[in-house]
Design a binder for this molecule. Structure first.
Ligand SMILES: [Zn+2]
Length: 54
């Protein structure tokens, strides 16, 4: 099950989902509400994808 620990500074949000695409939806929602990234910038998306544990 893919999981993600937020790479944001001073943020310890953790999430997991059945599939990577569901996980991306959760990450996008978190990034929007907590980090005011709407959408997530491409260079941050690269880091986010690298931080996903499969
Ligand atoms: Zn976060």
């Amino acid at each position: 099950m893919p999981s993600f620990v937020c790479i944001g500074k001073d943020c310890n949000y953790e999430t997991s989902a059945a599939t990577e695409s569901e996980l991306m939806v959760k990450i996008a929602e978190h990034a929007k509400t907590v980090h005011h990234m709407d959408p997530i910038p491409p260079e941050m998306m690269v880091k986010v994808k690298a931080a996903i544990k499969k």
